[in-house]
Design a protein around this ligand. Structure first.
Ligand code: HEM
Length: 453
């Protein structure tokens, strides 16, 4: 997820922008933040069945050009950001939920935190967060896998960029509460409640943003007072230093909002991905045994495969300056104001034979090797081209370390009656489970032994 407000086309009362040639318009279909849709992915799948691989959906005051052909999807990932912007498309979606002030004047973006040399520091923090989690779990119990992974996602993220004290109690519980209220992902996981958020003028979100900003200001003061903390919290220290030219409230608000936006970005996908990796591993014991035994490349393949199948992402680019995009049959001239989009769940599990099943052996490290696709862009876990997720190495390392630790320390039994399903209205990010997903665990006598039997 990238957020960068910029020059934005305002629909106002103008007619919807025309595309030349004009693809078929899917009649009666809208997107879930404009009208009740039920299952958003099923609605777009039905439109594709009726209209073919390239079609238009007019929803609310916006026009969307969807593309699904191999050429169309490949060209989609090649669109230039300055003309067809992912940043603006994301911002237009997220501003339905997040207060405007979180976007203004940001100095640190996720790209700035995930360089190659950062791996060691964030992994050390991931392991610290896991130590605390394992200690909290005790010797046995029952957890909901998605509740557990959400708490873990918060803990791992805050340990990595939240500064001293943020990933530990008492700060952790109140930060989790505030970030759950602030959660930008609601814009695409529960698009149907965005009208209520607007009606409330984002009051709950503003209160939550103020609370997290205050906590990160406290952490910043701690780092300023004790330079040893800089080495223990290098990513947070980088954010603090980005604001070194400012003083007082401006400085601390800037630091707080930078951290808040990075953490909100991390909440789009990371914890949900971790939940699905757990679900798939508890459903495939031989695969889990290899993860528990410490095969980290295998754990990453499992993660990529679970994410591929759980992807519910709408990929969108808001056209700022006219662009052309071909789908193999036509080349369309697309004017400013249109959003060009593709939807991962309609290609990731069907673009080639066998893709509907979970099979981590189809990945060779981070590359999909089977089946051969009409265009490699038809399947993705972390994106393609210039917008590929900058946090992929961090996310895969964090997920692999987490499942390896929890599977090697505990014996697990899935307790769900049927495999959990995605929230139907969700249209973006990795799927959230639409119901409980319980599992029981029991600590193994020898830590490090495989937990799956
Ligand atoms: C398992 C976890 C994750 C998955 C599956 C994931 C997936 C993706 C995908 C598919 C894209 C490309 C979107 C597009 O082309 O429209 C993307 C981009 C992005 N992701 Fe992630 N992501 C994950 C974790 C994270 C985390 C933890 C962060 C930050 C804290 C993050 C920040 C970003 C940013 C900033 C971009 C935009 C990059 C750009 O436009 O250049 N992601 N992610």
């Amino acid at each position: 997820m990238q957020v960068r407000p910029g020059a934005v086309w305002h629909p106002g009362q103008m007619a919807l922008p025309g595309i030349v040639p004009m693809p078929p318009i899917a009649g009666g279909v809208g997107l879930p933040w404009d009208q009740p849709v039920g299952d958003a992915v099923a609605a777009i799948a039905a439109a594709r069945k009726d209209c073919g691989d390239t079609f238009v959906i007019d929803s609310g005051r916006d026009r969307y050009l969807f593309t699904f052909s191999p050429r169309g999807v490949a060209e989609f990932y090649g669109l230039p950001e300055d003309r067809a912007s992912k940043g603006v498309a994301d911002w237009r979606m997220l501003r339905r939920k997040l207060p405007d002030e979180i976007f203004d004047g940001r100095r640190t973006f996720p790209h700035d935190l995930f360089g190659r040399s950062d791996a060691a520091s964030y992994l050390a923090n991931v392991h610290r967060a896991l130590d605390a989690t394992v200690a909290d779990m005790g010797s046995e119990g029952t957890v909901d896998l998605f509740d557990m992974s959400r708490r873990l996602g918060h803990r791992v993220g805050l340990a990595s960029w939240g500064g001293p004290g943020s990933a530990e109690e008492p700060a952790l519980a109140s930060l989790i509460g505030a970030f759950d209220a602030l959660d930008g992902a609601d814009a695409f996981v529960h698009p149907d409640v965005m009208a209520a958020v607007a009606a409330n003028s984002k009051a709950a979100e503003r209160t939550a943003l103020a609370a997290v900003t205050e906590r990160f200001a406290e952490a910043a003061r701690a780092v300023e007072a004790d330079r040893v903390l800089v080495t223990q919290h290098p990513l947070f220290a980088r954010i603090v230093s980005a604001w070194s030219t400012e003083t007082g409230d401006v400085r601390y608000r800037g630091i707080g909002h930078d951290v808040a936006l990075v953490h909100v970005a991390s909440m789009s996908n990371l914890f949900a991905a971790l939940g699905w990796v757990f679900v798939d591993l508890l459903s495939d014991r031989p695969a889990a045994v290899r993860v528990a035994a410490g095969e980290s490349a295998w754990a990453e393949q499992c993660a990529l495969e679970s994410i591929r199948l759980a992807q519910r992402s709408i990929m969108s680019r808001f056209v700022l300056e006219p662009v052309t995009i071909g789908d193999g049959e036509h080349t369309y001239r697309v004017p400013s104001g249109v959003t060009i989009a593709t939807l991962l769940p309609l290609t990731n599990a069907s673009a080639g034979p066998g893709l509907e099943t979970w099979d981590p052996t189809r990945w060779n490290r981070r590359r999909l090797t089977r089946p051969v696709l009409a265009a490699p862009e038809l399947v993705t876990s972390f994106g393609h081209g210039r917008h590929t997720c900058p946090a992929q190495p961090f996310s895969l390392a964090a997920i692999s370390a987490t499942v390896a630790r929890l599977l090697s320390n505990f014996h697990w039994e899935p307790r769900w009656a049927a495999r959990p399903q995605p929230v139907p209205a969700q249209i973006g990010g990795v799927a959230r489970a639409d119901g409980p997903c319980p599992a029981t665990y029991r600590r193994l006598r020898s830590a490090g032994a495989p937990s799956a039997s």
